[in-house]
Design a protein around this ligand. Structure first.
Ligand SMILES: Cc1ncc(COP(=O)(O)O)c(C=O)c1O
Length: 394
């Protein structure tokens, strides 16, 4: 490689996500003619609600095709402020405390880049959405695991794990509730303990709430920043329309936080993505501000799929499904099979023709589990679960 494009250390530290690594295996098998059903990805199969699509085409026809305001169009920032008050009890000034981003992915990247010193450490519950690791390294930081464990069929942070993981280099923590991959919805009490830890140790909280509307039974989403109002000055709220409105391909999200931090994140954004397309932002404002019955219909659909997963995987020797409280993934506890989660996953892929993710890809504490997605329903889910059941010996 020529000297001028030699990899920097930060780039050398980047890794494909588990999903992308497994996809490479899937493509290789498919090229050889394998018939595979995927229960792996976090991509909703439901269409974007028609009134949001119409708002987008209206905006296009109205010539809303120029550069957007790089902070986010005023209409979207105002819709975000109203949504945060309405759904989360959070109050942010749309002029200075809200930023529109190209998905939650960019919001997390901008927050980390704006916050971290070289070598700054970031606490991550383990297991956790593995796409957090690389942006931490890209921003010059280091991830640090906070140990979680399964207690009564539910993943939760282990007692004392936050203090155990803390070092003087810790600057931030990323918390995701509902929690991908494990399906836990943090309770008010848990959030209070995490919030008090952040305040005591001066840790900035990056709160990724992308699955907030997908909750089941009597579980309710609470924003950590609402649970611990004193956190507001050291927290960044991150969300997007990807899951809530089935808008993964639109690449639109938003962040809220104290003005000084949002200004720093804006500087990152202004040097890179410069925000989502103007007409996409108009449609996003309509999604957030318009009728929310589409969101409830999608939640009910995921609730029905979740029940199908729980019913289909019942009674397999050595296997127990952890009933998810939120999100569209179920963790299947396969510790009783006596093999590593990656061995079980690979066996399911090659011999049963079903694609799932192994829990250890999300951190050491995920070992012994498989992540099964019900973001796709219908025939994919039915066939995938049948193969999974047979593959696991059910
Ligand atoms: C926890 C979590 N955060 C962020 C994202 C990325 O969201 P977006 O599509 O808004 O970039 C995902 C997508 O799977 C996710 O699961």
């Amino acid at each position: 490689m020529p000297e001028t494009i030699r990899e920097t250390d930060r780039i050398a530290a980047l890794r494909p996500t588990a999903v992308n690594a497994i996809l490479a295996e899937v493509r290789e098998l498919q090229a050889k003619g394998a018939d595979l059903v995927s229960l792996m990805r976090g991509e909703p199969d439901l269409p974007t609600p028609p009134h949001v699509v119409e708002a987008c085409t209206r905006a296009l026809h109205a010539g809303r095709t120029g550069y957007p305001d790089n902070r986010g169009e005023k209409g979207l920032r105002e819709a975000v402020a109203v949504k945060l008050q309405r759904d989360n009890g959070l109050s942010y000034n749309p002029a200075t405390e809200i930023l529109a981003t190209t998905g939650a992915t960019f919001g997390i990247h901008a927050a980390l880049t704006a916050l971290l010193r070289e070598g700054g450490e970031v606490l991550l519950p383990d297991p956790v959405y593995d796409a957090y690791y690389s942006p931490i390294r890209l921003a010059g930081g280091m991830p640090r695991a906070v140990r979680a464990e399964i207690v009564n069929g539910r993943f939760q942070l282990a007692d004392g794990a936050l203090e155990e993981a803390w070092t003087p280099s810790v600057q931030a923590m990323i918390l995701n509730t509902p929690w991908n991959p494990v399906g836990t919805v943090f309770t008010r009490g848990e959030l209070e303990r995490i919030g008090e830890f952040c305040l005591r140790r001066n840790v900035t909280l990056i709160s990724d709430e992308i699955y907030e509307t997908i909750v089941f039974d009597n579980h309710r989403h609470i924003s950590p920043i609402a649970a611990v109002p004193a956190l507001r000055d050291q927290a960044v709220y991150v969300n997007s329309l990807s899951k809530t409105y089935s808008m993964t391909g639109w690449r639109v999200g938003y962040c809220a936080g104290p003005a000084a931090l949002i200004q720093r994140m804006f500087m990152v954004l202004a040097q890179s993505s410069r925000g989502p397309s103007t007409f996409v932002q108009d449609a996003a404002a309509v999604a957030l501000g318009g009728p929310q019955d589409c969101v409830e219909s999608m939640r009910l659909e995921y609730a029905a799929r979740r029940q199908t997963v729980l019913d289909s995987l019942q009674g397999i020797p050595g296997v127990a499904v952890l009933a998810p409280e939120g999100g569209f993934f179920a963790m299947v506890d396969v510790r009783g099979l006596g093999r590593t989660s990656n061995e079980v996953r690979r066996d399911l892929l090659v011999n049963a023709g079903v694609v799932v993710a192994h829990g250890s890809a999300y951190g050491e504490a995920g070992e012994g589990t498989l992540r099964v997605s019900f973001a796709s329903g219908g025939e994919t889910l039915r066939k995938g679960l049948q193969r999974l059941r047979e593959g696991l010996g059910g």
